[in-house]
Ligand binder design. Sequence first.
Ligand code: NDP
Length: 288
Amino acid sequence: FAGTALAVLGHPIKHSISPPMHNAALAQMAQSDARFASWKYFRFDIAPDDLPVALEKFSHHNFKGLNLTVPHKVLAFDLVNTSGTDAHEIGAVNTLTLESNSWFGENTDGYGLEAGILENFRTTIADRDIILLGAGGAARGAAVMCVHRHCRSLWIANRTAKNRDALQEHLLGASWHLKVPVFGFDPSAPPKELPLGALVINATSAGLKPNDPLPIDLSTLPRPRAVYDMIYNPPETPLLAQARALGIPAANGLSMLVHQGARALEIWSEAAVPVDAMRSAVHSAMKS
Ligand code: NDP
């Protein structure tokens, strides 16, 4: 390929809808700026052990930027230079940019989540109580974003106490911690102090498979303002189905995918990115 290449690396990767999403944006950008006619976004299946060599190889070809998905986001953090406070505080990168033959890593997931929530519920994170489900990599990114955006309080619910304690300690011990109160609880026994009107964010993987349990029973919580599920495939998890049945506004993670991708493309292209074209492309890809 002779043009400017972009790609997503993951393992597995064959179900990724990032290529049609980015290529739809690039096609539209090429109409007003001929530079982008030679840009193309690919996907590569790279096993975790092969990531260091792959990053080295991509840097010697005409790659301008890379996205990283499962399982590379934390692994890559130690392999690249980092810029942007989110990447440091999360300890994970999802967007790499080649500068002077070296990869610089950033994390656009928090940006994507915040923009997805704003788009769906017309609410910002600031001054809102957040109930965060999960304590893995995605939850860490969501937690850092919520604290940065000055949420009013953060309640972390995760089935494994050790993991939720580790996330709570990471947040409370951080030098950048902004005095947001952070609590942890067992999702099967929600504490009675939970606030009314909280925003529930599902960052667990419960709901990816058909017979997965609910990460939390929404009927055991004071009525939330809205439920955002970071999962987008399937489009309606049991948690979202329960939210709809209870009349609680609910949305899946497709908007997060679109906005984290749009931010990455903005970083690489230093141009305005057509978010609507990316949104239409992912909706079509989900239907096919
Ligand atoms: P991790 O493997 O790091 O963490 C998984 C989390 O899910 C842990 O908190 C784990 O709890 C919890 N969990 C797993 N199975 C169950 C279950 N059966 N019941 C209750 N809790 C469970 O995964 P990630 O953090 O990387 O990803 C989590 C989700 O976020 C994925 O579904 C992914 O698709 C989604 N995501 C979406 C993005 C988007 O753009 N929309 C971007 C990034 C992620 P425990 O500690 O108890 O094991």
